[in-house]
Design a protein around this ligand. Structure first.
Ligand code: SAH
Length: 283
């Protein structure tokens, strides 16, 4: 589905934070920067703003009866609020992470047919056998990463782009790598159409990292591999933190790696089930 259609379909229902609609605008948060996306062919269309009638196709406009729609369709903002309340009940205590997840329109990161399940607790397919992580996994990983505004974060496994969007919402400058062209292109277009300027997307084997842009304060790998890829360890900055699921294809342990005074320390953060990390230093 084209992102323009997606925005048109959802336009009446959600509001975007002003930051997200103004690529290149000065940051709202202190210390936050924005930068352009090198791979996107798309530009923000003023007429695709939420609420703009110009972008609603005639057949949709014809059946857009606000009274009926508001009764039958759930309000994504309320769904997000319920989602973060549930995450808090499940033990996610990081208020900044919960606030970021209450803002990012998760329903736009899944296929239209699955929109109704976007705020449920499970993972959902995003095509090519890949999945968007569950809200709890995203919340837990983001909390464990201990990010601060302005931090440079390398993400391996762009997938839908949702995790990257949450990190940019927290003020991070994200370099996100995906190996599958179809997912890379879709996520790139969506992040750009949302005005999410704090992320750059790359089509590459993420197990090699992005040596030209290293070091990174944080590295997050959202696919599971047999071991921690060496190139990624080398690209982790002093005082850096890396999160990666390590194990076999069915079961992994979420592993947190710290670099302190030149040494590396590993911490086991519990069981995890992710799709395969495929590449030179993966499966
Ligand atoms: N973070 C994603 C979830 C990604 S699922 C989200 O928020 O939606 C894992 C993704 O990792 C898949 O899209 C898969 O194609 C990608 N992947 C697997 N191996 C990779 C590699 N070596 N380099 C880059 N991406 C990889």
């Amino acid at each position: 589905m084209h992102d323009k259609d997606m925005l048109a379909r959802h336009a009446p229902e959600w509001q975007v934070h002003p930051d997200w609609l103004q690529p290149g605008q000065p940051a709202a948060q202190p210390g936050r920067q924005t930068f352009a996306m090198p791979h996107s062919q798309h530009s923000a269309r003023p007429d695709s703003r939420p609420g703009s009638r110009a972008d609603i196709r005639p057949e949709l406009r014809a059946c857009a009866r606000p009274d009926v729609r508001s009764e039958t369709r759930p309000d994504p903002r309320r769904q997000r609020q319920r989602m973060v309340e549930e995450l808090a009940r499940q033990g996610i205590a990081d208020a900044a992470v919960l606030a970021a997840m209450a803002e990012v329109p998760r329903h736009l990161f899944v296929d239209e047919a699955l929109t109704g399940r976007a705020y449920d607790s499970g993972t959902l397919p995003i095509g090519r056998g890949q999945t968007i992580s569950s809200p709890f996994t995203v919340a837990k990983m983001t909390s464990l990463l201990q990010v601060e505004p302005g931090m440079r974060v390398l993400e391996i496994g762009t997938g839908s782009g949702y995790q990257a969007a949450v990190l940019t919402r927290l003020g991070c400058l994200v370099e996100s790598v995906e190996r599958l062209p179809e997912l890379h292109e879709k996520a790139t277009a969506l992040l750009h159409s949302l005005g999410c300027t704090g992320v750059r997307t790359w089509l590459a084997d993420g197990t090699l990292g992005l040596p030209a842009l290293a070091p990174f304060a944080r590295i997050i790998v959202t696919a599971g591999g047999p071991a921690v890829p060496h190139p990624l360890l080398e690209q982790l900055d002093e005082n850096g933190i890396m999160l990666i699921p390590v194990g076999n294809s069915k079961n992994q342990r979420l592993t947190r790696v710290f670099r302190r005074a030149g040494s590396l320390y590993e911490q086991d953060c519990g069981p995890a089930v992710f799709v395969d990390l495929v590449g030179s230093h993966g499966w």
